[in-house]
Design a protein around this ligand. Structure first.
Ligand SMILES: [Zn+2]
Length: 385
């Protein structure tokens, strides 16, 4: 747990021999060892005038060292070589335990890397605050490195009993549609069970929602909600904010639903703050209960109370298990999809949320046909209860 394996930088003489030997013998042995040591230094000193390879720090070890100081065990850190448009890089994923001090981690990691004459810079996250906790990119010891910190996964809790022969069910929702009309064509070849969550405040929200519904797809209202403050884009106009009156929240939900009129359910866009506030969530759920809509908790905060508020109000609800594209690269999306399938197997069902990014759509197009014998794709409303 959290152990660092670090070799001492210099070779040391090996102690051997027992106790109680005549001292002359010990002196002779010491002289032989000393001689051997000197010979080794001469031989290797000549043969390798440049610094030994160990002198170049492994970027992943640097991340491990900092994370473990802050209480994150090393088995929670995975490293892989991936490539993007600019070439190969080391991708380090930190699965942070509950209560992990993310900002301190960022600061200490930046400092540690700086001491190695490298640089890691913080990058924005797609839906920051919650599951995707931090992302840093840069160069360490001459190598490109990316570090992604992911928050706690929701625990696996078997949902009732299912017949053993039934295939596990998987719901996939693609978030953030509405800004571009092109997404309608891009998504068209995907199985119609793949649902889409449409923002109410984007350039083409109503038109895109209508066209995607016409493909036979389930549409969700992707309701903008207040995130924990910080840099990066906000949730946009008409968002649910903490401190609004119940009437105002009801009015904002109604206005959003008038735009995304095809919605069968609602999930939160951002909302790492709003979903933790019970009065705010009660007001949202009251607005949904009248309309017989379900609520999918995107879980952008581990402290979310949205599911509880939904149950209290009698709103059918479900929660996100896996985010597909925290890192928007084919291999990362493929792996996240496999995680979602594994979770569906362990749990009977699972919900994966991605975004309408071309890479996510492309990977789903490639992978879903082969997954058909493992999981049954269903629209999310079928998993809401
Ligand atoms: Zn979103």
């Amino acid at each position: 747990m959290g152990r660092r394996s670090r070799k001492p930088p210099s070779a040391r003489g090996t102690r051997r021999g027992g106790t109680g030997r005549p001292s002359a013998l010990r002196v002779a042995a010491a002289l032989v060892l000393l001689g051997a040591g000197v010979a080794l230094v001469i031989v290797f000193g000549r043969r390798t005038p440049r610094p030994a390879p160990e002198a170049v720090p492994d970027p992943a070890e640097v991340v491990r060292a900092v994370a473990s100081r802050l209480g994150c065990a090393s088995e929670r850190i995975t490293v892989e070589r991936v490539s993007d448009r600019e070439g190969a890089l080391s991708s380090v994923t930190v699965h942070a335990p509950a209560g992990f001090k993310v900002q301190r981690f960022e600061l200490e990691l930046e400092a540690a890397v700086h001491n190695l004459a490298g640089r890691l810079a913080r990058q924005p996250l797609t839906e920051g605050g919650g599951y995707g906790l931090a992302r840093l990119e840069g160069v360490v010891a001459g190598q490109r490195v990316r570090v992604v910190v992911l928050g706690e996964e929701p625990p696996v809790t078997p949902k009732g009993v299912r017949p053993p022969q039934a295939r596990p069910r998987l719901a996939i929702v693609l978030d953030d549609a509405g800004a571009s009309r092109g997404v309608v064509e891009e998504i068209a070849p995907l199985p119609r069970e793949v649902a889409v969550a449409v923002l109410p405040n984007a350039a083409h929200s109503a038109e895109v929602a209508r066209a995607l519904a016409a493909q036979g797809r389930e549409i969700l209202l992707h309701m903008p909600m207040q995130p924990v403050g910080g840099p990066g884009p906000g949730p946009g106009d008409g968002a649910i904010q903490v401190g609004l009156t119940r009437d105002e929240i009801g009015a904002r939900v109604a206005r959003a639903l008038a735009v995304v009129a095809e919605a069968r359910g609602v999930n939160n866009h951002m909302g790492s703050l709003a979903t933790t506030d019970m009065p705010t969530m009660r007001a949202v759920m009251a607005a949904l209960a009248n309309r017989k809509l379900f609520f999918l908790d995107s879980r952008t905060s581990t402290a979310t109370v949205a599911e509880q508020a939904a149950r209290d109000a009698g709103v059918p609800t479900l929660r996100r298990d896996v985010f597909l594209d925290v890192v928007s690269e084919p291999d990362a999306v493929r792996r996240a999809l496999q995680q979602a399938v594994a979770r569906a197997r362990g749990n009977g069902s699972a919900v994966a949320i991605g975004h309408v990014h071309p890479i996510t759509i492309e990977v789903l197009m490639q992978e879903l046909p082969a997954l058909a014998h493992e999981v049954k794709l269903v629209p999310p409303s079928q998993l809401a209860d």
